[in-house]
Design a protein around this ligand. Structure first.
Ligand code: CA
Length: 229
């Protein structure tokens, strides 16, 4: 059975750690987002099988994230909230969540609900649905694992390919360095965002006309990178 990807949207580190370890033990592939914006960005990149969505998030609330995800997808969404409030539950279900769990929960119960939600989910088209990204004259084909610039193939090692994928999936928006590191080096937040800069430098050398004056992958000081539309 292929491992199912679960996007965990949660801002409390203590929760994330235990949850991610538990999900891994149960055979899931967890991906972590700490904010709503990051959740939406990672959703596009990973196309998870299920989203576990905390209601109380800094900035954009879980309710808003849920509403936004529903515009894009039928993915099963389980809302998680610290307050066992019926109002939260009602709103959550109204905006399209499939299920609702209140904290504190037992991992076994949560996993049972995840499996139930996955069983109820409509089958996803398999194969041939990996998205391609075309921005300007750069094209990334996930399925064929191919990148072309003006129709010319560019040879990218896996990490560079994945970084470009994250940036293209979010073209026109800033992606934080931490967000890219988490997406590409899945799971444990690496402190080593400096390594990322090295990868980006190599990537620019391959896809920029003038790597010293990048026009595709631009640096947003103090934040991260943006792929220019
Ligand atoms: Ca929270």
């Amino acid at each position: 059975m292929p491992s199912e990807t679960v996007l965990v949207v949660e801002d409390e580190p203590s929760f994330v750690e235990a949850l991610v370890a538990g999900l891994r033990r149960e055979g899931f592939v967890p991906k972590i987002a700490r904010t709503g914006r990051e959740a939406l960005a990672l959703f596009d990149v990973h196309q998870p099988d299920l989203v576990l969505l905390d209601v109380m998030l800094p900035g954009m609330s879980g309710i808003d994230v849920c509403r936004e995800l529903r515009r894009r997808s039928e993915v099963p969404i389980i809302m998680v909230s610290a307050k066992a409030s019926e109002i939260d539950m009602v709103i959550g279900l109204e905006v399209g969540a499939d299920d609702y769990v209140s904290k504190p929960y037992r991992l076994r119960e949560l996993v049972a609900r995840i499996r139930a939600a996955l069983r109820r989910a409509p089958p996803r088209p398999s194969g041939g649905n990996a998205p391609s990204y075309v921005v300007g004259d750069v094209r990334l084909d996930r399925e064929r694992h191919e990148v072309t610039v003006r129709g010319e193939p560019v040879d990218l090692p896996l990490k560079e390919f994945e970084i470009l994928e994250v940036l293209l999936a979010n073209a026109g928006r800033v992606v934080t360095r931490e967000g890219i590191v988490r997406a590409v080096w899945s799971g444990a937040a690496s402190d080593d965002t400096r390594a990322l800069d090295t990868y980006v430098k190599r990537l620019r050398a391959k896809i920029e006309d003038d790597p010293a004056e990048p026009r595709r992958i631009v640096t947003v000081r103090g934040l991260g990178y943006r792929y220019e539309l």
